[in-house]
Each structure stands twice: as C-alpha cells, then as structure tokens.
Design a protein around this ligand. Structure first.
Ligand SMILES: Nc1ncnc2c1ncn2[C@@H]1O[C@H](COP(=O)(O)OP(=O)(O)OP(=O)(O)O)[C@@H](O)[C@H]1O
Ligand SMILES: [Mg+2]
Length: 309
C-alpha cells in the first residue's frame, strides 16, 4: 500500500451547469482518520463516489491506493470498503447471512470468509446476534452491520458516508470507538459527517462548502489558523439585549448564542476580557461576565461559510 492512499488534484464534478465539486485538492496518508464535514449538498457524497470510481469526474485527477480513479476504477473497488449514505441491508436475511452474502459478492470462499465473518461480528459487537434478522435489529445495530459489510473483505481503506446519521448519541459514540479500533488495526478511514462533535474526533478534517474544500487540517490547527482572533464566553442577563449590545461593539467579529450564554470571536488583540465587559456595561448591559473560551469547530465553519458566500 502506498503511503499516500488518496491523492486528489483539482477534482471537479458538474451536473449540467451546476458544479457539485469544485476543484478539490487533498491527500490522505496511510493510517489517518480524515473527516469530511459540510452541510447538506456541499459535495461530500459526490467526492466519495468519484474516488470509488462510481462517478466520472468532469475534470481533475485522483488516485486511490495508487490507482487512477478513471482508468483503474475496477481495481480500486475490491480493495476498499464503502458504507454508502443510503446503505441497503437484506432485511429478510440474518446478520450473518448478510455478511456471508457480501463476502460472496467479493468472491471469498467459505474457508476464507468463515473466520473473517466471525472476526467482523466480534469487531462490530454483534456476536450473539448473528441469527437475528437484519430487519428486526435497532438502528444503531443496523449501522454497525452496514459497517461490517463494508469490512468483510478486509479492506485497508474505508469510505464511510455519514455512517452515524439518524442514530442516537450513545450509538454514535460507540460507532466512533469502532472507527478508532479499525484505525489502530491499520485501516485508513475517510468519513463524512455533518456532526460537529464527531468532526472534533478526526485526526484531520476537511471542510466542504458549496462544492469547495475550504480547508483541511487538524481540528486544533483549523481553529488556530482560520479564526480572526480569540473566542469568549459571556454569561449575561438579559441574554438577547446583551447579544445585540455585544454584536455592536467595535472589534467584535462574530457573536451568537451558545447554550445558555453568549459566544464571541473578536478581531486580533482588539479586546481583553475586561475591555469586552466594560464595553458591554457601557452599552447598558446590567450583568456581563466575560471569560476566554476555546474556539469551537462551529466558529470555524461559520467563518469559512462566510468566506464561501
Ligand atoms: N446525479 C445528480 N444530478 C444532479 N445533481 C446532483 C446529482 N447528485 C448530486 N447532485 C447535487 O450535487 C450537490 C452535492 O450533492 P452531494 O450528494 O455530493 O452532497 P452531500 O454533501 O453529500 O450532501 P448530504 O449531506 O445531504 O448527503 C447537491 O446540490 C445535489 O443536489
Ligand atoms: Mg451525502
């Protein structure tokens, strides 16, 4: 396996006049867990489908496992695992039968797939449930089975397209533990999501907006490089007038609600906690307690979306 397992240069996909993926360039190294974060319609699935050789690029080029996505697509598919956003299980088949069926699709013989299916069942935590019908297990278990199907031929590179959408928070956390177990065992994972908390767990993160890859880096580097200045949390009362006051202070780049308090980004070194607090009080806010805060990925996303418009 080459060190650079995904290598993408200026990849474009147009549907008629509409550009779904707009000159996207990035690389993924062996062993990484790379997230692909972006709102609905930002081009995540379209990118993945091109990399899997399922959709022809309009322009640009890419290799996956060193293979050209246009000329060698047939050779790529057997070597990668793909959990599609709209994955399909055979509802009438049991958990084990689903895995065995897909092992067959990959041309695995019984001597090969028997131990592998056993191992996959252990990995996805469905040992003991292998005889239950896929149509009768819960959403979280179905998601794991779909991942198991993507893993059955033992691929070293996984494309997971919003694998946790629609499952509850605890099932999502367990699913991410599983992703990290796979990475520890040597898999490279490229995973799309629109959940900010999940994106925070990725080694590196690409941010898609309107078909463009706005940035790709570690979550902490994105926060350090993409924001105009420091972040603040402000406990204030009453909240909404305080937000209006905060937004109007020179040097405040963005301000919004975050749970039960306010969250703001200021420009450069325009403010200290004390100066921000004084400015709010001067604008008539009765109570405002300002503390420095960790920037969030949402801050980064809002900033990049502002630039992309
Ligand atoms: N076959 C197609 N024909 C025309 N337009 C398409 C086609 N496939 C995708 N699109 C459009 O391209 C854009 C990107 O779609 P894509 O599915 O890649 O987004 P996404 O980031 O995966 O979104 P989601 O989070 O909703 O899955 C969307 O506006 C979509 O409507
Ligand atoms: Mg999608």
């Amino acid at each position: 396996m080459p060190d650079t397992v995904i290598d993408v240069h200026e990849l474009v996909k147009k549907f008629g006049d509409f550009t779904a993926v707009d000159r996207v360039t990035f690389a993924v190294e062996r062993g990484e867990v790379v997230g692909y974060l972006g709102p609905n319609g930002s081009g995540k699935t379209t990118t993945m489908r091109m990399l899997l050789g399922l959709l022809r690029p309009t322009a640009g080029r890419a290799t996956v496992l060193g293979l050209d996505i246009e000329k060698q697509a047939e050779a790529i598919r057997p070597q990668v695992g793909y959990m599609s956003q709209k994955f399909a299980l055979y509802e009438d088949l049991t958990v084990r039968e689903n895995l065995v069926f897909y092992a067959g699709v990959y041309g695995m013989r019984p001597a090969e797939y028997r131990p592998r299916v056993k191992r996959v069942l252990e990995l996805i935590g469905l040992t003991g449930r292998e005889d239950e019908r896929a149509g009768e297990i819960s959403g979280g278990w179905r998601q794991r089975l779909a991942l198991g199907i993507a893993l059955v031929h033992n691929p070293k590179l996984l494309f997971l397209d919003e694998p946790t959408s629609g499952v509850d928070p605890s099932a999502r956390r367990e699913f991410w533990d599983l992703i990290y177990t796979l990475a520890e065992e040597g898999a490279t994972v490229f995973v799309s999501t629109h959940y900010m908390d999940e994106a925070e767990h990725c080694g590196r993160l690409g941010i898609m907006y309107n078909g463009q890859l706005m940035a790709m880096d570690t979550p902490s580097a994105l926060k350090a490089s993409q924001l105009k200045g420091p972040a603040w949390n402000i406990v204030a009362d009453p909240l909404i007038p305080a937000l209006d006051a905060l937004s109007a202070i020179p040097g405040v780049h963005r301000a919004g609600l975050l749970g039960d308090h306010l969250h703001a980004i200021t420009r450069g070194d325009a403010h200290t906690a004390a100066s921000l607090q004084a400015a709010m009080i001067a604008k008539g806010v009765a109570q405002a307690a300002v503390e420095d805060a960790e920037p969030t990925l949402e801050d980064v996303l809002v900033e990049l979306a502002g630039r992309g418009n």
